[in-house]
Design a protein around this ligand. Structure first.
Ligand SMILES: Nc1ncnc2c1ncn2[C@@H]1O[C@H](COP(=O)(O)OP(=O)(O)OP(=O)(O)O)[C@@H](O)[C@H]1O
Ligand SMILES: [Mg+2]
Length: 247
């Protein structure tokens, strides 16, 4: 689904953000990216999304280098339109595509139901909690039937319980809809729960310090298993090693 080869990126001001990054993500796989603050994670996502120009290296999505630019991205701050209701926010992409009303209704209803938003369809974002708002942001992306979703710290402003709930919701969506996910996170536990593949990046300019296969990602019982603890510990050690500090 995605192949990144020898990707390097330097901002015009001279900040070298990405050293030399190569990895691939299979269709329907989830990939979690974790690394020190400021190491280049958001830069990497923006390059994949086509929001920054490629200077050096190759990014292929679905076997081609030309289709980027239409890849949905979910950010920490939800990005909802405050003057539109939940329904209007979620329907936005389909309305812009001039989809018929009946088709929009048919598409939206199961998604809103799956995300527990049916009772809130006429609410405005200001009337929702942070977790509900982020569910609206996820619903809006799902409404467009994407094959790939990029997420940049999507749950970092939420409390621990809401966060775990949304992680499970995301894992269910990922499995049921066979969507490929790339999720950037600061949380070791979030990476372990959500990433079938986990990339640990070094300090800036980012390189890949470790690539961890994580077979049980997304399984509801995984969080309380020994394997979960082992992978989390391994990630923690690797991260501390990249930062050159002792735990
Ligand atoms: N528009 C920009 N112009 C110049 N430098 C930038 C720009 N955006 C980011 N940088 C620099 O590039 C480096 C990587 O930034 P990036 O936002 O990719 O890091 P990050 O890993 O996402 O950090 P965080 O975990 O704090 O979100 C940082 O040193 C940052 O200062
Ligand atoms: Mg970032």
């Amino acid at each position: 689904m995605i192949r990144v080869q020898n990707l390097k990126f330097t901002y015009p001001e001279g900040v070298e953000a990405l050293g030399d990054i190569s990895f691939s993500v299979k269709k329907g796989e989830s990939c979690a990216i974790i690394g020190p603050s400021g190491c280049g994670k958001t830069t990497l996502l923006y390059l994949i999304a086509g929001l920054l120009p490629i200077q050096d290296g190759v990014i292929q999505v679905n076997g081609t280098t030309t289709t980027r630019g239409n890849i949905p991205m979910i950010l920490q701050d939800y990005g909802l339109f405050p003057w539109k209701t939940v329904w209007e926010n979620v329907a936005m992409g389909l309305i812009l595509k001039h989809s018929p009303h009946a088709e929009i209704k048919q598409r939206l209803e199961p998604i809103l139901e799956e995300l527990g938003l049916t009772p809130f369809t006429n609410f405005y974002p200001s009337q929702l909690s942070g977790g509900q708002r982020q569910r609206v942001a996820i619903a809006r992306v799902l409404a467009m039937n994407p094959s790939l979703i990029l997420m940049d710290e999507p749950f970092s402003s939420l409390d621990a319980m809401t966060r775990e709930h949304l992680q499970q919701l995301l894992a269910n969506i990922w499995k049921r809809h066979n969507i490929t996910f790339i999720i950037v996170t600061h949380s070791i536990e979030e990476a372990t729960f959500l990433g079938k593949k986990i990339l640990v990046l070094t300090q800036r300019p980012a390189r890949i310090q470790a690539e961890v296969e994580n077979l049980h990602a997304g399984d509801p019982a995984y969080r309380s298993s020994k394997a979960f603890f082992e992978i989390s510990s391994r990630l923690r050690e690797t991260l501390f090693a990249t930062q050159g500090v002792q735990e």
